[in-house]
Design a protein around this ligand. Structure first.
Ligand code: GLY
Length: 235
């Protein structure tokens, strides 16, 4: 049984059976799939979270809207002030919807041979930020907030995600108090690229991304050139 007590764990890591061990080279690089018999999310526990930790969890909540459910995204945009106040009436159906989306995705592709990869939207750059800047400096949710905004900008360039949607995504992360970008010098960017190549989603040396066609619809396995990633991160 898992009883997650952070927002991030309630909507993401407790569901889907991924277990992982951190190595010196990076987070979660060794792991196994092992499904819990039960996941129990008690919203009372969320009241005990530091503000920064709660907001970081919202990065995964917003992710579900982008990858799977445009209505959820709009609902988060509308109800964000109540969400930030941790209003249980508003939060309960949102958390339930996130778990439902995750369960739906995982039940179609438990071991990530395809569809499950969409849950990694924003994570290629996000994990590399955590790894290269140093674990602990950014919370996971903060790093994937930067990663999702970068992925939205890449989606605009590669899949013509409308600029208006890029702005909605960036604004929502900002309003949630999450960082939309990171300033890196060229040495730090180099380190970031090395870390990106370590990501377990890299295959055959190619960096592949989950990109959005529109809010609520993404595709996985999109090759992106390092030059374009560099341009987006330097803008
Ligand atoms: N957190 C990503 C996954 O469970 O696949």
């Amino acid at each position: 049984m898992q009883i997650p007590t952070t927002l991030l764990a309630q909507v993401d890591s407790s569901v889907g059976g991924k277990t992982g061990v951190n190595l010196r080279a990076g987070k979660n690089l060794v792991g196994a799939f092992y499904q819990p018999k039960l996941v129990l999310c008690d919203l009372e526990t969320l009241k005990t979270l530091p503000e920064r930790e709660f907001r970081a969890g919202l990065a995964e909540v917003i992710k579900y809207g982008i990858i799977y459910d445009a209505k959820l995204f709009t609902q988060i945009e509308r109800d964000l002030p109540k969400i930030l106040k941790r209003n249980e009436k508003v939060l309960a159906p949102i958390i339930a919807r996130c778990c439902e989306i995750k369960a739906d995705v995982v039940s179609q592709d438990e071991t990530e041979s395809g569809l499950r990869a969409i849950l990694n939207f924003g994570h290629t750059i996000g994990h590399a930020i955590e790894n290269s800047v140093g674990y602990g400096k950014f919370l996971h949710g903060e790093a994937i907030s930067i990663g999702q905004v970068a992925a939205a900008k890449l989606s605009n360039r590669i899949l013509k995600l409308p600029q208006h949607d890029v702005e909605r995504i960036e604004n929502l992360f900002r309003r949630a108090g999450l960082p939309p970008q990171i300033k890196l010098n060229s040495a730090q960017r180099q380190k970031l690229f090395s870390a990106m190549r370590l990501d377990k989603k890299v295959s055959g040396g190619e960096i592949k991304f989950v990109l959005a066609k529109k809010i609520g619809r993404v595709v996985w396995g999109q090759k992106v050139s390092p030059a374009l990633i560099d341009e987006i991160l330097s803008a």
